[in-house]
Design a protein around this ligand. Structure first.
Ligand code: NAD
Ligand code: DAU
Length: 362
């Protein structure tokens, strides 16, 4: 059984980057229902990203862990949730290389805990109500492409290379199994690299932007020729909305931005915008520094989103160039959001794992 009209949502990881953008996106377009955020507020979660929504009658924030199955089951019943949108995860590849355990705990065991709670609340002791469990996943489960390989399709075999990617692949398989075995109405989306407002400054774009503002080097791993397919977070949110409203239970959908760029191209584009916004006498690109490569660094990701376009009418609405300008302007206007992050746990972690030379450290 599935629902085509989500009314009462549980959004896990809604204080993180994409989750927070999704909550803003959804509540701007869907009023009168319910949206409960469940977030453990790890280093990556920031309740300030949701501050503007706290007063809305539809909105509730619950500080809690997806691994607490009983609590999640109670929450699903208490709030009469019909749709779970599951973002909560450990999401940073470099952290998964330095310490994989948290990725297994949250991404694999946490997703399984959530599936168990959903099954108990929706399928076990009452006539199955209309429901949907949407799992947000990544293109990294498909592995790495060569320069001339066709982009990832939903049928591309899984070949995860980092502990992060492997943990997401495992969670995808569990979601699939709960549909096949128990009849849970699941959907999965595998998307490419997101960028936009509220992104934690350990990821390439906000890290380099903030380093530029603070006069620090821009660390480029390896030769800078690794390619990612950049997706503006608002287009990602639109893709998820389409899947919630019309996606077929049991089905997977790829979401991409149609913007393959090398890391060096991305950082040069960022520097060019900063040359206009904050002229510094010399080009900002002079701060680029090539540093030790990420172990097992995937060379290229690219997404074929034909299924989502054909079946559900998806199309990205922004070019990468427009989206990057909007993102830069958001960070310039919201130093009060990102500056406090730099003085907390993030700085400690970077110091422990990388020292100060490799990446943004305040
Ligand atoms: P993020 O790291 O910014 O946020 C993760 C959120 O999950 C945080 O708010 C954190 O507090 C919360 N969380 C972590 N463990 C939790 C737990 N045990 N219980 C409850 N909450 C917990 O991540 P993001 O970049 O917003 O990514 C969201 C999802 O999208 C992830 O599943 C990620 O794998 C996937 N994804 C991200 C990208 C990207 O480019 N950022 C691309 C593809 C897929
Ligand atoms: O493809 C989707 C994935 O995109 C998501 O599943 C992950 O959650 C998300 O973190 C992102 O993973 P990446 O590893 O691609 O993102 P990141 O911003 O860490 O790195 C982007 C590219 O830039 C990658 O090739 C590594 C490189 N890089 C990154 C950092 C942080 C650098 O060259 N220097 C850096 O300092």
């Amino acid at each position: 059984m599935s629902t085509q009209t989500p009314q009462r949502l549980l959004v896990t990881g809604g204080a993180g980057f994409i989750g927070a953008n999704f909550v803003h996106y959804w509540l701007a377009r869907h009023r009168g229902g319910r949206l409960v955020v469940l977030d453990a507020l790890t280093y990556a979660g920031n309740r300030a990203s949701l501050a503007a929504l706290e007063a809305l009658p539809e909105f509730r924030f619950v500080h809690g862990d997806i691994r607490d199955t009983d609590r999640v089951e109670r929450l699903l019943r208490e709030e009469d949730i019909d749709t779970i949108v599951h973002f909560a995860a450990e999401s940073h590849v470099d952290r998964s290389i330095a310490g994989p355990d948290a990725f297994i705990d949250t991404n694999v065991l946490g997703t399984h805990s959530l599936l168990k709670a959903a099954r108990a609340a929706w399928l076990e002791d009452r006539a199955a109500p209309a429901h949907r469990f949407h799992h947000v996943s990544t293109d990294e489960v498909y592995g790495s492409l060569g320069p001339d390989d066709p982009p990832f399709r939903e049928t591309t075999p899984y070949a995860p290379n980092s502990p992060y990617a492997a943990s997401k692949a495992a969670s995808d398989h569990l979601v699939r199994a709960y549909h096949h075995t128990y009849g849970l109405a699941t959907t999965i989306s595998n998307c490419s690299n997101n960028y936009g407002p509220y992104q934690f400054p350990e990821k390439l774009i906000p890290l380099c932007l903030i380093n530029l503002l603070d006069g620090k080097p821009l660390p480029i791993y390896g030769d800078g020729q690794n390619v990612r397919d950049w997706l503006h977070v608002e287009d990602h949110c639109r893709g998820i909305e389409l899947i919630l409203e019309g996606g077929q239970p049991g089905r997977t959908y790829n979401i991409g931005g149609g913007a393959e760029r090398t890391n060096l191209e991305v950082v040069h584009a960022l520097c060019a915008i900063m040359d206009e916004r904050r002229p510094a006498g010399a080009p900002h690109a002079r701060r680029i520094e090539f540093v030790r490569d990420r172990p097992g660094h995937d060379r290229r990701y690219a997404i074929d989103e034909t299924r989502l376009r054909r079946e559900l009418g998806y199309a990205p609405s922004r070019t990468f160039e427009d989206g990057l300008q909007q993102t830069v302007d958001w960070y310039l206007a919201h130093e009060d959001w990102w500056r406090p992050i730099l003085s907390g746990e993030y700085r400690d972690w970077v110091g422990r794992h990388y020292g100060t030379a490799r990446t943004a450290s305040p």
